[in-house]
Design a binder for this molecule. Structure first.
Ligand code: C5P
Length: 303
């Protein structure tokens, strides 16, 4: 059996995110629409049988964000591997994970979560599928609220903590212009939720998730219906979010923060207009890219 696997693990954006009450475990009730996009981290997994309890090594390829990625036990991919080995009792393996980062770190695009989901997928594949999908999804939930979605991909409605998922079949192409934050603007998800809890007079939104999903599935106009309860908190923590949103607004585009931010995106009517918007954003000193919705998750290359 091959003992090397290369996986392209996609980022997500939240097209809609309503945060509800705080639950007894400190998490918030969510209603969200997740969408996987064609922006990928690459992870290469090398597995070698060991005579004793194996080691997990995380290696990060050089890049603009590599100094931000932990290579110790705090890396979510490390935690995913440890959880998998504990659960399956297959810990007599040396594992090396080499991560090449393209997804902004702490950007609201689930970069860490998609790395963790890819790790569970890779180990299950390389070790002959000891776990069924339902067991893997339980491990995903243990690792974080976005990890189950990252494992399944496509477009999904998320409730509960964001981890109870229903697939949405979106029969149209969605092209996004994603505006990437500069390296010093990362936001901690925990801090954004904590700030959200302190905002008393929150902006009101008339669009409920049912209305949003209906527009999405019937090819209605979605850009003005997109919503994110965390946006106000993200704006208050990062001047850059306000700047990115105002620049899009000045160019006639409604925009939204993804997840807990700071990444901002807009829906483009077509690729031509997306290119011309990117040129305008670049003139204003903002870095942006065109990314399409994808209807699956990982792209896998077996060696
Ligand atoms: O689940 P995850 O570890 O990704 O969440 C990071 C943080 O985001 C949590 O510690 C919590 O503060 C906040 N969170 C929340 N409610 C959710 C999801 C995340 O309060 N449904």
């Amino acid at each position: 059996m091959s003992n090397r696997l290369s996986i392209f693990a996609p980022a997500k954006i939240n097209l809609y995110l309503r945060v509800g009450e705080k639950l007894p475990d400190g998490y918030h009730r969510l209603e969200t629409v997740f969408q996987a996009i064609d922006l990928f981290d690459q992870l290469v997994f090398d597995l070698k049988e060991s005579h004793e309890k194996g080691k997990i090594i995380i290696q990060v390829s050089p890049g603009p964000q590599s100094h931000l990625i932990p290579t110790d036990k705090s890396n979510l991919a490390y935690r995913a591997a440890k959880l998998f080995f504990d659960k399956t009792k297959l810990s007599n393996q040396d594992l090396k994970i080499t991560i090449s980062k393209k997804i902004p770190v702490s950007g609201g695009l689930a970069g860490g979560s998609t790395n963790a989901a890819a790790t569970l997928y890779a180990l299950n594949y390389l070790l002959g599928e000891p776990l069924k999908q339902d067991d893997i999804l339980l491990l995903c939930k243990e690792l974080g609220s976005d990890v189950p979605f990252c494992y399944l991909g496509g477009c999904m409605l998320g409730t509960g903590r964001g981890d109870q998922l229903t697939r949405l079949t979106v029969a149209r192409e969605l092209v996004f212009v994603v505006v990437f934050p500069p390296a010093d603007q990362e936001l901690s998800t925990k801090d954004v939720y904590a700030t959200f809890d302190t905002i008393e007079a929150r902006g009101h939104n008339e669009v409920n998730i049912e209305k949003f999903v209906e527009a999405l599935l019937t090819k209605g106009e979605i850009s003005k219906l997109m919503y994110n309860s965390l946006e106000e908190a993200a704006v208050s923590l990062s001047y850059w979010v306000d700047r990115a949103k105002s620049t899009l607004d000045a160019n006639g585009y409604s925009s939204l923060v993804s997840g807990s931010g700071p990444t901002v995106f807009t829906v483009a009517p077509n690729e031509h207009q997306a290119h011309s918007l990117i040129k305008k954003l670049e003139k204003e000193g903002l870095r942006a890219g065109i990314h399409r919705a994808i209807d699956n998750s990982f792209q896998v290359i077996a060696h």
